[in-house]
Ligand binder design. Sequence first.
Ligand code: ZN
Length: 139
Amino acid sequence: MAKPADTRTAGRKPAMTSTRSAAETEKIRAALAARYDELRAEYDQTLSEITELQRERLTDSAGDDQADTGTKTFEREQEISLANSILERITQVERALERLDEGGYGWCERCGNPIPVERLAAFPSATLCVTCKQLAERR
Ligand SMILES: [Zn+2]
């Protein structure tokens, strides 16, 4: 039997076409860690804003007319949903860091190529490379 070395490289792609270097993994880890700190700070700030709004509501709601109270309730609800979405992103980053340690993070689920570090830094929950994402959205 002839060695299939030449025919194998043409056409069919293996699931993982390349490996990520340790330096790149470190870059992703640093990007994720930075994002984590950013999100924590954002979350803390949102929480203190919620506390502030709550305090305002308790202290000077007596003088407010109904419209003011409504606005404040709305603001508080907005802040709470913002806090929840930040918390969700924090969880995503935590999971990403775990998966990074296991070596299962940062690969496109569809084509198996490594997702660029920059994309992972911007979207820690990305599971597709840009090309596959665009293809998925076009369908
Ligand atoms: Zn892909």
